[in-house]
Design a protein around this ligand. Structure first.
Ligand code: 5GP
Ligand code: ZN
Length: 114
């Protein structure tokens, strides 16, 4: 728990969020400022600042998050139509919250990368 981190506070239940998935290690909730009809954020409950901070000990959480995202995509009806999973990292990607998270985006046609 990082006291200055908004996603740690959401994971701890100190700040409300529209949760769509939870297990022992992972929480998923709707993005407060959605850019697609389906826009869900997946976070590990333990604080990791970003992709650059992953290591051999913590990296397995990313695979678990992909499995959670696969389930949520099916539940929200975008598994077949398609979806995008994004992890913004640092300035050029526009990372705003420094608690690692994957965006699940779907429900509309998306353009090419970049
Ligand atoms: P980033 O640019 O860091 O990848 O994206 C952070 C995302 O978190 C943004 O899409 C933003 O809308 C979302 N976000 C920031 N604060 C909150 C919050 O308090 N609650 C929720 N549900 N989403 C948030
Ligand atoms: Zn955090």
């Amino acid at each position: 728990m990082n006291d200055d981190c908004i996603f740690c506070k959401i994971a701890a239940g100190d700040i409300p969020a529209d949760k769509v998935y939870e297990d022992e290690e992972i929480l998923a909730f709707k993005d407060v400022n959605p850019v697609a009809p389906v826009h869900v954020l997946f976070v590990p409950k333990d604080h990791i600042a970003g992709v650059n901070d992953l290591n051999e000990r913590t990296a397995a959480i990313v695979g678990k998050i992909f499995l959670a995202a696969q389930k949520v995509a099916a539940e929200l009806g975008v598994a077949d139509s398609g979806y995008r999973i994004i992890a913004n990292t640092n300035r050029d990607a526009g990372q705003e919250v420094f608690h690692i998270h994957l965006h699940l985006l779907g429900g509309r046609r998306m353009g090419a990368m970049g």
